[in-house]
Ligand binder design. Structure first.
Ligand SMILES: *Cc1c(COP(=O)(O)O)cnc(C)c1O
Length: 395
């Protein structure tokens, strides 16, 4: 490969990434049918998608998308505050507010932008933001954008967080956490975070990208699973590109929060609204999420079946009650080798390497969908057993 168009220091950086097994490559998906993807002319069972409920290609979701595209066209044509806010967006926001038990909800074009918008709108250099060390990159970047002081506490360590909060003279404090951690699948101690927020008159934002639709009796997410009242977590962010199978994100809360965001969240104001057809597809997916609880029961049962299997194989997998099941392999090269071996035998399981995860904790991130069968999971386990034997056991 030649890097001749770049100044030398960029070329050196690319070469260093290659040498450390940290170079990232995209693979072209040629076709998708449910949990099956075609790549390099071969069909693989996809264990690397966040379409947890198998809704991305559900006929009702696809039909809603098609109908709205016929009615409104594909592009929304403008930002929400100009002429891009259609009846599909508006109704979807009302339905999301109702589903999450909050006064209002506001659609954003992506989760990354929702986090940037809400955090930068609510804090400035006089404030402090507290973040779990394993929070999603978008939450870290959002804090930097806000110019507030950022303090990171050890993963799910509420004792450390309490100590930090006790020593803070900032004007206002905002606690920010993933609800379900995206690369580990474990659940944040949301009830304790809510208590700390109350005790220290701090705000609390939960990013429930991976809990929404999956956890809780009605699929309400990690807050519902913990039995929390919406008032205890005043700012909820969820994405629509994971369990809901579409695209985009929303923030839900009381009317004052949502009006503040409409007036001042820059990633809301200065960007084109989601295509109306995406909102229509999201509405169809939300109604399926409400009607078909078997989808979350099934995906959670598959994940636990997989866990039981990997424990028997002696593989290292930290506890996770969600469809995200990490297999920690250590070195980036090992994770890449396992991922490549799985691909050769018909399984798409991506290797996750630093800086997405801490150095020395490169892993396979295995995710499940309601579209998988137990036979799919057993086939993956059989292949992992072969790999674990070949590696002489992995710890
Ligand atoms: C995926 C994800 C996001 C970003 O959402 P996009 O809609 O993909 O931009 C934010 N937070 C968490 C925890 C995520 O997993």
């Amino acid at each position: 490969m030649s890097y001749s168009s770049l100044p030398d220091h960029f070329a050196a950086r690319l070469e260093a990434l290659q040498a450390q097994d940290l170079y990232r490559r995209r693979r072209v998906v040629e076709a998708v049918a449910g949990t099956r993807v075609h790549m390099d002319g071969r069909e693989l069972i996809n264990f690397s998608s966040n379409d947890y409920l198998g809704l991305a290609d559900h006929p009702r979701v696809v039909e809603a998308f098609r109908r709205a595209a016929g009615e409104y066209g594909v592009g929304s044509g403008a930002a929400h505050l100009i002429s891009g806010h259609t009846r599909e967006h508006h109704r979807f926001e009302e339905e999301l507010a109702d589903f999450t038990g909050r006064e209002r909800a506001l659609l954003f074009s992506t989760g990354y932008m929702a986090n940037a918008g809400v955090i930068a709108a609510l804090t400035d250099r006089h404030d402090a933001i507290y973040e779990d060390r394993l929070n999603h990159a978008s939450l870290i970047d959002a804090a930097q954008l806000s110019r507030a002081k950022m303090k990171r506490y050890a993963h799910v360590d509420t004792t450390a967080l309490a100590a930090l909060l006790g020593n803070d003279g900032s004007r206002w404090r905002l606690i920010v956490s993933d609800g379900v951690f995206s690369m580990d699948g474990d659940v944040a101690p949301v009830a304790e975070l809510a208590q700390l927020a109350t005790d220290h008159a701090a705000g609390l934002l939960i990013d429930d990208a991976h809990g929404f639709g999956v956890l809780g009796a009605r699929g309400g997410g990690s807050l519902e699973a913990a039995g929390l009242d919406p008032a205890e977590v005043p700012i909820l962010m969820c994405t629509l590109g994971k369990a809901l199978g579409v695209f985009g994100a929303f923030v839900a809360g009381d009317a004052a929060l949502i009006e503040t965001l409409i007036q001042s969240a820059r990633s809301y104001i200065y960007t084109t609204a989601l295509p109306p057809a995406v909102a229509a597809a999201g509405r169809a997916a939300l109604s399926l999420l409400r009607e078909e609880s078997w989808r979350r029961d099934h995906v959670l049962a598959l994940a636990q079946h997989f866990r039981a299997g990997v424990m028997q194989l002696g593989l290292q997998s930290p506890p996770s009650p969600t469809p995200i099941q990490p297999l920690i392999l250590g070195e980036a090269a090992t994770a890449l080798a396992w991922s490549a071996a799985l691909a050769r035998t018909g399984f798409l399981v991506q290797a996750i390497r630093p800086p997405t995860v801490p150095a020395g904790s490169a892993r396979l991130r295995v995710t499940f969908s309601a579209g998988h069968t137990q036979a799919d999971v057993d086939a993956l386990l059989a292949q992992l057993e072969t790999l674990a034997r070949g590696a002489g056991g992995v710890t």
